[in-house]
Design a protein. Structure first.
Length: 304
């Protein structure tokens, strides 16, 4: 489903597409209801010439220039969005004040934060795929069955009225409403994979699955693996070995005091609210940067 940023990209183009489609429709030629013999003869004569040149035109790539121009238009839109948006203060504050080192490889979805804590090595991994797959408009399934018939009727009537009003509203008001709706959406929950190792002391590692959302770190599961390579899942072999290991019970089923102590254990190692705020903001920044990079790479390939 669409993320909030992806929805914004689509919506900003909707108005221009509507006007363009109207122009294309008005420019379509009227089909002849009856062709004259002279016209049919001319068509037969030109058909051979057309077929002899069609192969050459296809080899040249008739859509290359149009595709390149469209990609350039998309790049300009993204550049404008980037220029109008300021980098969140949380990103700079975290990178300047946190003991974690950021590892961000261009073209890769996964971002890592690493640090040493005493004799421990801590790695926090997260991916921009979470924001790409996030649906900000999804509803609680438990509420879907309540008053369905009444809600459907009311929604149809309201949609009809609003649709009539929206069609007469200026573009500026539509864009303002869109921005307000996007501002009200909550940030996507970002999954964190936290691996804590003790190199030289033990071959094992803890692997904690958590979520960063709304300024909080929520622990989902805590696993222990006798081999740190299995905890990091950096190879297909490690993934297979991990699937065969008993990971431990769900975190929520543990004794409450044990849960609290584990959360404090993580806070001491820098897995704090500051990280919970930083991660979603940084994912949003990186997603835009990677999308712009992708557009540029595709355009360069088409133009080559």
């Amino acid at each position: 489903m669409l993320s909030a940023r992806t929805f914004a990209r689509s919506a900003t183009r909707a108005i221009s597409r509507m006007s363009a489609s109207t122009l294309r429709a008005s420019a379509r030629p009227v089909a002849f209801s009856r062709a004259s013999p002279a016209f049919l003869g001319a068509m037969r004569t030109s058909r051979a010439a057309f077929s002899s040149t069609a192969g050459r035109r296809a080899a040249d790539g008739e859509t290359d220039d149009e595709l390149s121009a469209k990609l350039e238009s998309e790049i300009q839109i993204e550049e404008e969005m980037k220029a109008n948006e300021q980098q969140p203060a949380s990103v700079k504050d975290f990178l300047d004040n946190s003991p974690f080192e950021l590892i961000d490889t261009a073209g890769q979805e996964v971002v890592k934060l690493t640090r040493s804590f005493g004799e421990e090595k801590i790695t926090v991994s997260f991916s921009i795929a979470d924001i790409t797959n996030y649906d900000p408009f999804s509803e609680d399934p438990a509420l879907e069955d309540e008053d369905v018939a009444d809600d459907d009727d009311a929604a149809l009537q309201s949609s009809s009225k609003q649709g009539n009003k929206a069609s007469a509203r200026p573009e500026e008001e539509l864009e303002e409403d869109l921005e307000d709706d996007l501002d009200e959406e909550t940030a996507a929950p970002i999954n964190l994979s936290i691996v804590i190792e003790k190199p030289g002391k033990t071959a094992g590692a803890l692997n904690i699955d958590a979520t960063a959302q709304d300024g909080n770190i929520v622990v989902e599961n805590m696993f222990y693996y006798e081999d740190a390579k299995v905890a990091k899942v950096e190879s297909p072999e490690a993934a297979q070995r991990r699937a065969d290991v008993y990971p431990g019970p769900p975190f929520g089923s543990l004794d409450e005091d044990l849960q609290v102590l584990m959360e404090r254990f993580l806070e001491e190692r820098g897995i704090t609210q500051a990280m919970a705020v930083f991660v979603p903001d940084y994912v949003d920044v990186k997603e835009q940067r990677e999308y712009l990079r992708w557009l540029s790479n595709v355009k360069a390939f088409v133009d080559a």
